[in-house]
Design a protein around this ligand. Structure first.
Ligand SMILES: [Mn+2]
Length: 411
């Protein structure tokens, strides 16, 4: 029996509206370390977006290395497999390899080729027991950048997406290279990309656009894989088939992720097959929506915040995050300042104040969203007007348009 734990999208160093997430991230790593010890995990898979930025702060790097060291201490026999996501700098993530190897950590930052062939050994991890009997194979594949996909150029008369084809070819080549070695032993494949049909959140996941394509069908992964451990989307979910899964993030990374439930997926693998268990991760801090459903008037915000009954001396890093849904009616243009003034008297951190766009604007936005794939055919000024209306709930003035035209001319 092999026990594998699937997680991803840690986004260490992330800030939300300027607020640090370090306290929450340290708290969920404590939970993770507890799970690993208690459930006697053999392999930990972190499916990309370790850091939130290509250039993580000293604090973010310290939290990462502390966590690696603590994970290793909690479970010295455990192997950790980390792949880079689109937020990570592949080279930087791989650079500490000589040290990380001492902690039984393998990092795959990108796909490298020699004479056109993939250096497969970098991606292939074999887990064996004390009698050298092989228990599990892992194909660790990072976020495929354009340089990882040399087959990206569109073929003559190609009807489908060259990105989908190139990603499929990448997985096919990797799988075919290790296929003779598998001999019926289970295989786990990793990926960091948007798989079609999955639910994405707004604002946090950053659309990946390789050659104008940002999602691939789930059949790019070999059907022979017992499990596909995905990262990138922050909602824990299956996609296409039960064994192709996003573990989801450990904390909500944007206001739209407020309703998400966070978990890690435990895979128990033996000769009879694979079983999955989703182990919940508790939110270290409340992430509230005010009101829970519907909207409130700005004038009622004070009462709603008072009803939370929070201790006024709550330390800044322990203050709950709050998203506010405001009714449009009676809202003045300086409402954001007024909102901050009201919230200032309470130990909360407002991360979003959303006003639903006017019905007419909403309909136009929907039309624009439908036409997203034909963005090139859309008039830039029309798009600017829509974006302006969405952001400010008003039409741009002549002065705004004048500035827009000057910027457009410069571009
Ligand atoms: Mn990502």
């Amino acid at each position: 029996m092999v026990r594998v734990l699937h997680t991803g999208d840690w986004h260490i160093g992330q800030t939300l509206r300027g607020y640090s997430r370090e306290y929450e991230q340290a708290q969920v790593f404590d939970q993770l370390i507890g799970i690993i010890a208690e459930r006697e995990i053999d392999v930990l898979i972190v499916a990309g977006d370790i850091f939130d930025s290509q250039n993580p702060s000293g604090e973010a790097q310290r939290l990462f290395y502390e966590t690696i060291e603590r994970l290793h201490r909690a479970r010295p026999s455990m192997k950790t497999v980390i792949v880079a996501g689109n937020h990570d700098a592949a080279g930087r993530l791989e650079a500490p390899h000589p040290l990380l190897a001492r902690f039984n950590v393998r990092v795959v930052g990108n796909v490298r080729r020699r004479d056109g062939r993939i250096d497969v050994e970098r991606h292939h991890i074999v887990l064996a027991d004390e009698h050298k009997e092989v228990l599990l194979h892992i194909l660790a594949v990072s976020y495929p950048t354009a340089t990882c996909l040399p087959a990206l150029t569109r073929l003559e008369d190609e009807a489908g997406s060259p990105v989908v084809r190139a990603v499929k070819e990448l997985y096919d080549e990797l799988y075919e290279s290790i296929r003779p070695k598998l001999q019926g032993v289970p295989l786990i494949v990793t990926g960091h990309l948007h798989v079609m049909g999955a639910i994405q959140s707004e604002g946090a996941e950053r659309r990946i656009l390789v050659g104008g394509q940002h999602a691939v069908p789930h059949d790019v992964f070999p059907v022979e894989a017992s499990y596909v451990a995905l990262g990138h989307l922050h909602k824990a979910q299956r996609v296409g088939r039960d064994t192709v899964r996003y573990s989801g993030s450990l904390i909500p990374l944007s206001a739209t992720e407020q309703p998400y439930k966070h978990s890690v997926t435990l895979l128990s693998i033996d000769s009879s097959g694979i079983t999955m268990e989703h182990i919940p991760i508790e939110r270290p801090l409340p992430f509230l929506r005010l009101p829970a459903t519907g909207e409130i008037r700005l004038t009622d915000l004070h009462d709603h915040l008072a009803q939370l009954g929070l201790a006024s001396d709550l330390e800044p890093h322990l203050r709950p995050f709050v998203q506010v849904r405001l009714a449009r009616e009676g809202l003045l243009s300086g409402y954001r300042e007024e909102l901050d003034r009201i919230a200032d008297g309470f130990p909360v951190r407002i991360v979003e104040a959303r006003v639903e766009p006017l019905p007419g604007v909403a309909a136009q936005l929907d039309t624009a969203a439908d036409a997203f794939t034909h963005l090139a055919e859309r008039d830039p000024e029309e798009m600017f007007k829509l974006a302006f209306a969405k952001r400010f709930n008003a039409e741009p003035t002549v002065d705004h348009l004048d500035v827009f035209h000057r910027v457009q001319a410069e571009v």
